[in-house]
Ligand binder design. Structure first.
Ligand SMILES: O=C(O)C[C@H]1C=CC(=O)O1
Ligand SMILES: [Mn+2]
Length: 370
């Protein structure tokens, strides 16, 4: 089902201004009666990547559901079946795989983290993204977050404006918040190589800690050049679409940090492989988001709590950017971190009444297995 949820304020990224997030929520009822939930959500319709909320829904209804009905509900088996028969559509595959992991965890009485690996932490650090488009408003927002012990690390979205304007914005925020607060930026591919060389040098001078995806996703060599400069940590995001792209980045020594995203990787299993590859190669890890609601965010947290190293924390803040609660009990954010539930499956209970009220009214599909 497609669910429209307004954001608490406009969220301004290089490629889109969001006033609302469109969630594609998946509910799978297995033939043993166990129910699982998953989420396929993106940013700005087709502005971020090749899948839109509507394409995720239509491709699940038209292709993924028929492929899985009557088959094993084991998430590992279903994931392999989807990978073998469905080209691309990573976000849609992730949504379905997540729902099957939720169901499998409930069936076995264990949290999803136990199905993916070994849980090494019960909470993951969570930063906040400042993207109101107004420097003074961003500073006030950050100060409020710090005072409430919700977030003490901030990511700024830049790349919409002239370079000098963007750097001045970063500098003002860094100066206002002080040395103890880590400031990073996400350029969302908006720069060419020349602008990136200049921009990174300028950002280093104002105390910025990390630059995320400055260049277009396929420019592996360009990212390697920026990393080699060693001015600021370089993080890959849009470039990483699963293990094959991760290997290309490792081979080219093209990033200091990988933003692992469960949807971009085509699911929890593939995202776990990206994490393991990075770790083995000495690349640092960060838990990324597509601004999913509580369902997709907690699925990602169930994976990230199994990463032995999570040097740059996570950005699983998006449930707090949405105006509507879709769980019966909200997620717990405290002491700059998100708690990862211990209850079976994802460890959450979707509020089906609230979801039905927000949904566009599309019918849900029932998937059974033999
Ligand atoms: O990382 C992205 O590009 C997408 C996303 C993550 C945080 C946010 O505000 O947007
Ligand atoms: Mn990013």
């Amino acid at each position: 089902m497609l669910v429209d949820v307004p954001t608490i304020r406009p969220h301004k990224l290089a490629m889109a201004v969001m006033h609302c997030q469109v969630l594609c929520l998946v509910k799978i009822t297995c033939s043993d009666g166990v129910v699982g939930w998953g989420e396929g959500t993106t940013i700005g319709g087709l502005a971020y990547g090749p899948e839109s909320p509507e394409s995720i829904k239509v491709n699940i209804d038209s292709y993924l559901a028929p492929l899985l009905i009557g088959q094993s509900a084991d998430p590992f088996a279903a994931s392999a079946r989807m990978a073998a028969h469905i080209a691309g559509n990573n976000f849609a595959r992730c949504a379905v795989e997540t729902a099957l992991f939720d169901a499998q965890g409930k069936r076995q009485g264990v949290p999803v983290s136990d199905l993916l690996g070994t849980r090494v932490r019960d909470a993951v650090p969570v930063l906040w993204v400042l993207a109101s488009g107004d420097t003074a408003a961003d500073i006030a927002e950050a100060e409020d977050m710090i005072a409430r012990r919700r977030h003490n690390v901030f990511k700024l979205k830049i790349g919409r404006r002239e370079l000098a304007e963007d750097v001045a914005h970063v500098a003002r925020i860094k100066r206002a918040l002080g040395d103890a607060i880590s400031i990073r930026v996400d350029v969302n591919m908006a720069w060419d190589r020349h602008t990136a060389m200049r921009g990174i040098a300028m950002l280093a001078d104002v105390g910025c800690d990390l630059v995320e995806q400055p260049l277009v996703n396929h420019d592996v060599a360009g990212m390697a050049e920026l990393k080699a400069q060693g001015k600021i940590a370089i993080m890959a995001d849009e470039s990483l679409t699963g293990p094959v792209s991760a290997q290309a980045f490792i081979d080219a020594d093209a990033a200091d940090v990988f933003a692992v995203k469960i949807e971009q990787s085509a699911g929890l299993i593939a995202a776990g492989r990206v994490g393991a590859m990075a770790d083995a190669a000495g690349t640092a890890l960060y838990g990324g988001t597509m601004l999913e609601s509580a369902i997709g965010s907690i699925a990602a947290a169930q994976l990230f709590c199994t990463f032995p190293n999570l040097q740059w924390g996570t950005e699983l803040f998006a449930p707090l950017l949405l105006t509507q609660e879709i769980l019966t009990t909200p997620l717990t954010y405290r002491d700059f971190a998100l708690e990862v539930p211990q209850a079976p499956g994802l460890g959450i209970t979707p509020d089906e009444v609230a979801i039905a009220r927000l949904a566009r009214g599309a019918p849900t599909r029932t998937i059974t297995h033999g």
